[in-house]
Design a protein around this ligand. Sequence first.
Ligand code: ADP
Ligand code: MG
Length: 558
Amino acid sequence: MSQRMQQGQPMIIMGEDAQRVKDKDAQEYNIQAARAVSEAVRSTLGPKGMDKMLVDSMGDVTITNDGVTILQEMDIDNPTAEMIVEVAETQEDEAGDGTTTAVAIAGELLKNAEDLLEQDIHPTAIIKGFHLASQEARSAVNEVAESVEPSDSEVLQKVAETSMTGKSSELNKELLARLVVDTVEAVTVEADDGSYVVDLANVNIETQTGRSTSESELLEGAVIDKDPVQDDMPTAFDAADVLLLDEPIEIEETDVDTQVNVESPDQLQQFLDQEEKQLREKVQKIVDSGADVVFCQKGIDDMAQHYLAKEGILAVRRTKKSDLAFLRDVVGAGVVSDLDTVTAADLGTASIGRDDDDELFYVEGLDDESHGVTLLLRGSTDHVVDEIERGVQDALDVVSTTVSDGRVVSGGGAIEVEVARRLRSYAGSVGGREQLAVEAFADALELVPRVLAENAGLDSIDTLVEIREAHEDDETHAGLNVFTSKVENTFDAGVVEPAHAKEQALSSATEAANLVLKIDDIIAADELSTSGDGDEGGAPGGGGMGGMGGMGGMGGAM
Ligand code: ADP
Ligand code: MG
């Protein structure tokens, strides 16, 4: 057991396996770990990216092309690598897309930083240069971005399609993208200052297995995946008064301590009568309120079900809490938690429809205040539906960000090459060692078109050179369209992305790279695996990857 006293710092007691790595070794170790993560997802970038099959320790299999899903499933326990995973998570939260891009750029920034470190350039200069470059890059994105209005559904459709490309949702990309755009439009309102606010809380996604994805639809109101508690209840109403209830329609439990001693058949009968009376009273309160329909979050006693059916009331039990919250906005009702106080004022109004095949209720609000739409996504199997839901969820985020931000850029590497070009001319004005870091940053951005080309089986250098030349000729939107394998105006080709996601990817990648570069002292409680031989940057399972246990489970490209 070794002990150390650091200046003014508490004593650090480390175990026998403890190890300390400093300065260059520490940086090298961290860079390797970060690069390994970034390289693990790189092959999924773009529409021609590979899917990865992930097998977790329980043997569950996920097949996905989604960068953030891959990273979450990788079960990484190396702190540096975790920082990179956080980049992906921030990107996912902030932009809903661009996770692979952000992680890949972070890895490339570190790779280029390593070269600079080898030339004895101090980390502080690199960090400063990267910081300046990131700021300049973001303003370059803003300069080349095109503006977009909520009414530009054609452009928004392209944005949605681009975000879905390469995922399982791709097969029905056109239809799903249109649904996404319609959905966002349905919940967009113009604020007083003329900006647009998209409220995705008014969107409910409901999934159904069995039918084809092409039968997915956007519906006004809510879809509730439940059965009536009794078959003989009515299931369709043109205009129903709806009660949302958060209380069981059951007999109130007697106090645990009180024993009910039944000594005679009479007494038993009395007891049962008492219970029946309680249930009748509860049902009567519902009847008196004028409700035609009850969505109850809790249980409903058999006898109460019978009474409700006799009164011609539709009752649904164990409605999901989230569904009840959504229904509140749709039908314009409060959630009642005590039947003793219920009045007509607590009820909302809706038309109710029933699809017996799917066993779904369609609830459409009739109130002016009513808001809320449901995206009903269908697919043949759970796996298909899950992937579609993920893709649609991302596309919803992407389109809503685009609508509220109002700016788009062209993809296929076009934006990255243009920004790199502008950064190189900016670098001269920076001067000194930071200039080298700004140039290294520009080079790192061009990883995007290189990897897109590589993943599409094209020559990455030739492609990059061709895109660069087009940009020298002021073709700002020139990028690689992997569907035609040509360098062309990707905006016109429909490869369109939100500017905000690009800016976010740039800043989170820079932040992560700089965090890793700042660390020059690692004190680890367990032994570090420091092969540090830099073999192709520590590809999965390669050198420098202490503690990335889950990587071995990756079954490779599909
Ligand atoms: P991310 O997680 O970063 O969103 P993706 O796998 O979705 O990763 O790939 C996004 C990249 O693919 C973007 O750079 C985008 O411009 C590019 N892309 C999308 N469609 C095309 C296309 N048809 N041709 C070339 N690149 C494309
Ligand atoms: Mg994407």
